[in-house]
Design a binder for this molecule. Structure first.
Ligand code: FMN
Length: 180
């Protein structure tokens, strides 16, 4: 430790006291017509394109995905942050969240999962594996279709925890030679 100075870091044993790696891109996961905000998700394979979402066991969405084995991920621009936050406070077994969201449905996939009109892009996901660990289950899915909105915004929804939302500021573009 540096002499005569306060330690630079405070150290915690649990996430509750400390912080997540944030901000995280946040999407609305639709299982049939129930909407659940999700920020714990990531791509895990490029070809085939596979995606993982972590869903808390007590959420109604968990039960729905186990039954339906599919879902859509709707990536909305940041302007919808209040709606997303509301969807994160309600549970689909006792609320009609789609109706309360006031979001328009563009279409449904072959499992009746909704595709939301306001999305910048949408992944249609079919579950191919499940991994239970801790208090969340990781559903691994094949992304079988990707719908990209012609009018895609450059304002992805970012969630920073505890009711804080934002979007990206400046984007720096490398010269062509430096791009991987
Ligand atoms: C921005 C945001 C991100 C969230 N991310 C997740 C997540 O990745 N996994 C999860 O299980 N819950 C997540 N939640 C909590 C659920 O969205 C919340 O518990 C919701 O009410 C569950 O709805 P359901 O019971 O209809 O499935 C998030 C909530 C918010 C507001």
């Amino acid at each position: 430790m540096r002499k005569n100075e306060e330690p630079m870091f405070k150290t915690y044993n649990t996430l509750e006291q400390a912080t997540h790696a944030q901000p995280r891109v946040t999407a609305l996961l639709a299982c049939q017509n129930n909407l659940m905000p999700t920020s714990w998700h990531m791509p895990i394979s490029k070809a085939p394109f596979r995606y993982a979402v972590a869903v808390r066991e007590e959420n109604y969405t968990h039960q729905l995905i186990e039954e339906n084995k599919s879902f859509t991920l709707n990536f909305l621009p940041s302007e919808h942050f209040e709606t997303v936050n509301l969807m994160g406070k309600l549970h689909g077994d006792i609320n009609d969240k789609l109706a309360q969201s006031n979001l328009e449905v563009e279409n449904v996939d072959r499992f009746k999962n909704v595709l939301l009109n306001a999305s910048d892009f949408i992944y249609e996901c079919e579950v191919c594996d499940t991994y239970k660990n801790g208090d969340h289950t990781i559903f691994i899915a094949d992304v079988v279709k990707i719908h990209v909105n012609d009018k895609q915004s450059d304002k992805p929804m970012l969630f920073s925890g505890r009711g804080r939302y934002g979007t990206v500021g400046e984007t720096f573009t490398l010269s062509k030679r430096s791009i991987l």
